[in-house]
Design a protein around this ligand. Sequence first.
Ligand code: E4P
Length: 217
Amino acid sequence: MKLFIDSGNLRDIESLVPLGIIDGVTTNPSLLAKESGDPRALIKKICEVVQGPVSAEVVATTWEEMVNEGRELAKIDEHVVIKVPFTRDGVRATRVLASEGYRVNVTLVFTPAQALIAAKVGAAYVSPFVGRLDDVATEGMHLIRQIVEIYDAHEFPTEILVASVRGPMHIVEAARMGADVCTCPPAVIEACLKHPLTDIGLAKFLQDWEKAQAARV
Ligand code: E4P
């Protein structure tokens, strides 16, 4: 399973990429609004750092404008994936953009029916938001299981990109269910890199080693 960073913060992205575990980045208008400077210049820099798929979302709401904005976003860098919200217009825009050869990430997906439609119009990625479903007392990961089942049964090539991730267990469950990608806030990836038993175990190993060295002199 691929791991993406869900962030527009260049410093966070630059600190995680050297680990070699990051395959791409997702952004959204809210994430980019937190950062200073020109958002398109930021997307370009992120693409240069990551050298993998970087989702940049349209803010237009009619299908014609989404298509035009998507084409412009794709000019920023070859790694840009056009992110389009799942609305009626978004579905139509996705069909047009996908037919022109652009990679589209259909976002704000909350039902298996939306995921089925996104696949039918040629989305490269579908982004089900598991955390936001959990927030309203609905089991977010159940949606992933349903989409995996549908895409497997009908051999859709659309990649399932688990989004709105809140903690490491979302990553584990996504991997167990066979999702293609999990996009995570930097803090969630950092949480996976630490374990108290590893720290305690290492401290003891080093302590024992030091003691043995001291006894030898
Ligand atoms: C996905 O691409 C979105 O950017 C993101 O995962 C939304 O997550 P949130 O629910 O934490 O805002």
